[in-house]
Design a protein around this ligand. Structure first.
Ligand code: ADP
Ligand code: MG
Length: 353
C-alpha cells in the first residue's frame, strides 16, 4: 500500500499556540508510519507558514521556528490542482502533495472554521469538524443560542458588543437578570484566556474590558453553583463513540489557564464521580449536541453539573481539544480500549471518508 502524506498543522495566530505545540508533538510521535508519511507545517505566532523537519522536542518547547537549518517557507495552496503545499527552494517553489491534513490547532485561526475554509477551498480532506460546526462551536454566544433552541440546557447569559457597550447599564442588567457571581468571557477565545469570575458589580467593568481585549463580543454568564465539571470525548462521523464523562477538579477557583496547564494540583478522574444514570444522560446529551451542531471526526463536550440541584448544563463543545497523550480527550477515548495511536489512525480514516 502506498503511504499517504499527512500534513500536521500546528502553532497558529492564537492564544493557544503553546498548547498546539505540545499537542502536535504527541500526534507526531504516534502517527502510524506504515500507513502515513507525516510532515510538520508550523504557523508562527505572527502567521508565517514554515515546513519543519527538525527535532520534535523543539516543537514541544516552542523553539522550532528559530531552527533555521530545518525550516523552509511553505503554505497550503488554495489552488486545487496543487493538492497540497508550496515549499520554497533556492530558486523558486516546489509542490508538496498532501493526501490529508490534521490541523492540530487550538482556538482562533485553527479551530474556528477559518482554517477549515482554506482546506475546503484547497480540496484537501482534513481531520475534524467542517466550517460551520467549527465556527458555531467556537462562538459561545452562537453556540448557547443554537443549543438552547434545541432544548439542551444552557446557563443564563447576556451578550455585549464593544462598540455599543454601556458598563453601568450592563452592571444593572447583570444584577437583575443573572445575580452574582458571574463569569465574563470573550465570545471567541479558549483555554480560559480573558475569563474572569466576578463577584460584585464593582468588579464587572474591569472584567468586561479584559474580555474585550480578546474579542469585540463578550458574554456574561450566571455562575453554576458548586459546579462539578465533567467532559465527554465524542468520536465519529455517523456512528459515534463516546468516552467519559471524566471529571476535572481545578486547583484554582475555576479552571483558569494556570489551573489547566501549570498547576499540577488540578485533578482529573477518568470516571466522573457521579451516579451512573447521570453519566448516561450526559453521554446522550453530548451525542445529541454533536449531531445538532453538525460535528465530524471529534469534539470534546464539556458540562457543568450544579452540585446543589444536580441540573446538567452543557458548558461548551471543543472541536479541536487539547491532544497531548495526557490530555482529557485522548485519555477518555483510551479508557474505552483504544490506544492513542489507534485514535489518530481512526481520525485520519474518518477525515478521508
Ligand atoms: N457559568 C459558569 N459557572 C461556573 N463555572 C464556570 C462557568 N463558566 C465557566 N466556568 C469555569 O471557567 C472555566 C473556563 O470556561 P469555559 O467556558 O470552559 O472557557 P474556555 O473556552 O476558555 O475553556 C470552566 O472550565 C469552568 O471552570
Ligand atoms: Mg472550557
Amino acid at each position: 500500500m502506498e503511504k499517504k502524506t499527512v500534513a500536521l498543522l500546528f502553532g497558529g495566530v492564537s492564544s493557544e499556540y503553546d498548547v498546539s505545540c505540545m499537542s502536535v508533538s504527541s500526534v507526531w510521535e504516534n502517527v502510524d508510519r506504515e500507513k502515513y508519511e507525516p510532515v510538520l507545517i508550523g504557523i508562527t505566532r505572527e502567521g508565517e507558514w514554515l515546513l519543519y523537519d527538525g527535532d520534535i522536542e523543539k516543537v514541544r518547547k516552542g523553539e522550532w521556528d528559530k531552527d533555521s537549518r530545518h525550516i523552509k517557507r511553505a503554505f497550503i495552496c488554495p489552488d486545487r490542482s496543487v493538492h497540497g503545499a508550496m515549499v520554497e527552494n533556492e530558486s523558486g517553489w516546489d509542490i508538496l502533495q498532501i493526501d490529508v491534513v490534521y490541523p492540530v490547532l487550538h482556538g482562533k485561526n485553527g479551530e474556528d472554521g477559518t482554517m477549515q475554509g482554506l482546506l475546503e477551498i484547497a480540496g484537501l480532506p482534513y481531520v475534524g469538524c467542517k466550517v460551520l460546526a467549527s465556527a458555531a462551536c467556537m462562538d459561545k454566544d452562537v453556540c448557547h443560542t443554537l443549543l438552547e433552541g434545541a432544548g439542551i440546557a444552557q446557563v443564563k447569559w447576556l451578550t455585549y458588543y464593544k462598540e455599543a457597550v454601556d458598563f453601568e447599564a450592563a452592571a444593572k442588567e447583570t444584577d437583575e437578570k443573572l445575580g452574582w457571581p458571574v463569569f465574563v468571557k470573550p465570545a471567541n477565545a479558549g483555554s480560559s484566556v480573558g475569563i474572569t469570575k466576578v463577584k460584585s458589580a464593582e468588579m464587572l467593568k474591569e472584567a468586561m474590558e479584559l474580555a474585550f481585549e480578546h474579542d469585540v463580543k463578550i458574554i456574561i454568564e450566571e455562575a453554576v453553583q458548586s459546579p462539578i465539571e465533567v467532559e465527554c470525548a465524542v468520536l465519529g462521523n455517523e456512528e459515534l463513540l463516546v468516552g467519559g464523562p471524566g471529571e476535572i477538579v481545578p486547583a484554582d477557583e475555576f479552571y483558569s489557564y494556570d489551573a489547566k496547564y501549570y498547576n499540577d494540583e488540578s485533578e482529573t478522574f477518568l470516571n466522573a464521580r457521579i451516579p451512573d444514570e447521570m453519566a448516561e444522560e450526559i453521554r446522550e446529551t453530548a451525542k445529541r449536541a454533536y449531531k445538532i451542531l453538525g460535528c465530524k471526526g471529534l469534539t470534546r463536550v464539556d458540562f457543568l453539573v450544579n452540585g446543589e440541584t444536580g441540573k446538567i448544563i452543557l458548558n461548551e463543545p471543543n472541536t479541536l481539544p487539547g491532544f497531548t497523550n495526557i490530555s482529557m480527550y485522548p485519555k477518555l477515548i483510551m479508557n474505552t480500549g483504544m490506544t492513542y495511536a489507534q485514535l489518530i489512525d481512526k481520525l485520519l480514516e474518518l477525515a478521508c471518508e
